[in-house]
Design a protein around this ligand. Sequence first.
Ligand code: NDP
Length: 482
Amino acid sequence: MIRISNYIDGRHAEPSDGAYIDDIDPSIGEKYAEVPDSPPEDIDAAVSAARDAFPDWSTASPEFRHDQLIRLSIAIEDNLDRLARAECVDNGKPLSLACSVDIPRAVSNFKFYATAAMQFASESHSNSGSSINYTLRQPIGVVGCISPWNLPLYLFTWKIAPALAAGNCVVAKPSEITPMTAFLLSELCSEAGFPEGVLNIVHGTGPKTGAAIVKHPDIGAISFTGGTKTGEWIASEAAPNFKKLSLELGGKNPNIIFADCDYEEMLETTVRSSFANQGQICLCGSRVFVEQPIYERFRDDFVRKIKALVVGDPLESGTNVGAVVSKPHMEKVLSYIDLAKEEGGSILTGGERVTLDGRCENGYFLRPTVIEGLAHDCRTNLEEIFGPVVTIMPFEDEEEVIGYANTVRYGLSSTVWTSDLSRAHRVAERLEAGIVWVNCWLLRDLRTPFGGVKDSGMGREGGFEALRFFTEEKNVCIKYGD
Ligand code: NDP
């Protein structure tokens, strides 16, 4: 049995109150590790270590910080297979996905922000012959990073890399449902001789450990990715203390397919954008709108392709769809399928739990589910399910589908399929979303701003946006003329 430890001040430590919770492998439905459920005292210790490390780390040269972050990226790359396997076991995702997406992206996150630390610059405003203003962008101090379970190491490093690159010291908490790769990262930090106290990883549940991060008076900024309800609570706690906040929250993303699209490419990508990672990616397109002339053709082809997806042991190479992350999550997804039926939806494929033979007989597997016949504004189409469930709906014209797409309270991402360039621009402009993909999905360039509008959050991650978030601006005005 693996016992995960906290990583505070460069040392691995048990939770100070000795409390542990079970870490379940969702593909077999059994406990395989124990994770600390750390009390607020452990957050105090982590903040204190981070405060002590801050003077040296924040004044180190960008090149020094670059070198430290690059060492971590190399350590992750060298351990790619081990980390991918750990992610697969902890989360239930196919090993192939962890090998090709999750862990390589964690490597890229460190590489990207290591080099960004060397490139980050600020403005100056000159009034020739009389004065000059220049802007300092200074690290905040100790910052908190809280991440979810769906892309564990990918999203964890997406927060801590820019926070560290900007010169902050970090207290970070991964989801207690998928803590393993963050724990392995802490071991790699020790092996790489990463400076003590600069990165502290404290494990535990949201209401106990996460809340202690949010409430800590010496944590100046919180970067959070997770559900909208949790984000709402964090905002209400952080705002009276004037903490900086970046909130990346839920989504209910439209995938809009016009009849003039490149059909085969759209079909291939729509299978992925619907069910990659068991539909547990905040960017998955869970509402698929199809222009009337190709609706029936699309429905039949799509359902045929979805039926062919292999639901299986995440460790096996032929598996397309692994386990969902936990039993409560599986039950939540199934309850939404029941709701869809009550609301008049027809299940075209899926709609049920899958029981596998052998090793995974007690795992939490769901068949990818396609539902048609629902109104665009029923609960199934308004609320985030965050699992392998999509609805498909026909539409007549551009105006109608923009209205449908924007009905929901969320506004994270959208996808548009069309070969009409003018329409692509027109529709992209009117969609209420932080990200619009045209004729593609999840094509990421780490330099771009990433985040949502409405209930999908506030603030942007990515590129220099994240470095701006993790720094405070100070304007210095110097008069030198008469
Ligand atoms: P949660 O909001 O339940 O949890 C996210 C993180 O916050 C976890 O580490 C959790 O800890 C912690 N947490 C929970 N309660 C509190 C609290 N009171 N104070 C501080 N921290 C707390 O989200 P999920 O983990 O269920 O993740 C799924 C959600 O994340 C979906 O809504 C999805 O759309 C969203 N998401 C958004 C993305 C984006 O970029 N916009 C990307 C990926 C996911 P613990 O798990 O230990 O309880």
